[in-house]
Design a protein around this ligand. Structure first.
Ligand code: DO4
Ligand code: MG
Length: 291
């Protein structure tokens, strides 16, 4: 069961449940967080609330493809984990050493350390949704999307659902000096999430999501990669526990769990590219690159 948000004919946003057989049920709430609040009031779960609504209503007569999807949750904050996959550790080592193969770098160390890398990524105003434009910085010549599984959390750090995230990154800025990380990660429209939130109770094994990333230029695929969340070095609970330590976390915070796919080192995004990130059971997050 997935929750989506789309633009209605009257240009108002509508929250909806998308069932596994493709039926769409309009939900009375405008936002995923309202659904979470209602579930809390009823001492129930978002899934039970959605199932109750579905039982009492008919599906709407719209196909998923014709909907104008919106960002499924207005996440007050997006945080992100880094160097949680070998692929990311190796890419960070490459960009920070200008291609020299060095060992025992601080990226090697963080990959093995008890404490994971967790950084602040985005706010609701900087985060875009499905089919929106995602921006590349004007002062970087080496930019890539980072396809990541996103955990949608409540304020106690419980996983309400899973979504797809794109942690856009500037490899040259980050590679120059790790202290530049916030500039390599945060700018206007540098993060996207969507297209849906897969409710956590409907996921059997969150360590077996298939991830595929495709980048198109002039409608030709220029980058294609795939991975699986079983390659994640850490457990989700471990990442969440570090995020929560002495911290204030808001309802609906999204935690991106790190990238498992990195485009070839010679690749950089260009204006007009289209990025598609697919995670099995969640959907495809598409964004258009603008300089
Ligand atoms: O160390 C920098 C960030 C790495 C990152 O964003 C990732 O591994 O996904
Ligand atoms: Mg990342």
């Amino acid at each position: 069961m997935r929750v989506i948000r789309f633009l209605n004919d009257d240009k108002k946003s509508t929250l909806a449940a998308l069932t596994d057989d493709g039926k769409i049920y309009a939900l009375p709430q405008q936002d995923f967080l309202e659904l979470v609040e209602l579930a809390k009031q009823k001492e129930s779960s978002p899934l039970t609330v959605v199932q109750d609504i579905i039982k009492r209503n008919e599906p709407i007569h719209r196909s998923f493809e014709e909907l104008t999807l919106l960002v499924p949750i207005s996440a007050p904050e997006v945080w992100a984990c880094g160097v949680t996959y070998e692929k990311s550790r190796d890419a960070r080592n490459y960009e920070s050493t200008v291609g020299e193969v060095k060992t025992d770098t601080f990226y090697d160390k963080v990959y093995d350390a008890d404490r994971p890398e967790i950084f602040f990524k985005s706010t609701a105003a900087r985060t875009v949704g499905p089919k929106d434009d995602i921006y590349i910085r004007s002062d970087s010549n080496w930019q890539i999307p980072e396809p990541e599984l996103g955990l949608v959390l409540n304020k106690d750090g419980e996983i309400l659902g899973f979504t797809i995230g794109n942690d856009m990154s500037c490899r040259d800025i980050e590679g120059d000096n790790p202290l530049y990380l916030p500039q390599a990660k945060i700018w206007r429209n540098s993060c996207s999430i969507g297209p849906a939130i897969r409710l956590s109770e409907t996921v059997d094994d969150p360590y077996s999501f298939g991830v595929i990333c495709k980048i198109y230029r002039n409608d030709q695929i220029v980058v294609e990669g795939s991975a699986n969340t079983r390659q994640l070095k850490r457990r989700y609970e471990e990442l969440i526990s570090y995020l929560l330590r002495d911290n204030l976390i808001f309802e609906g915070t999204v935690l991106l769990t790190g990238t498992c796919i990195v485009p070839p080192n010679e690749f950089t995004l260009e204006d007009g590219d289209r990025i598609e990130i697919e995670i099995s059971g969640i959907g495809v997050l598409t964004n258009y690159v603008k300089r």
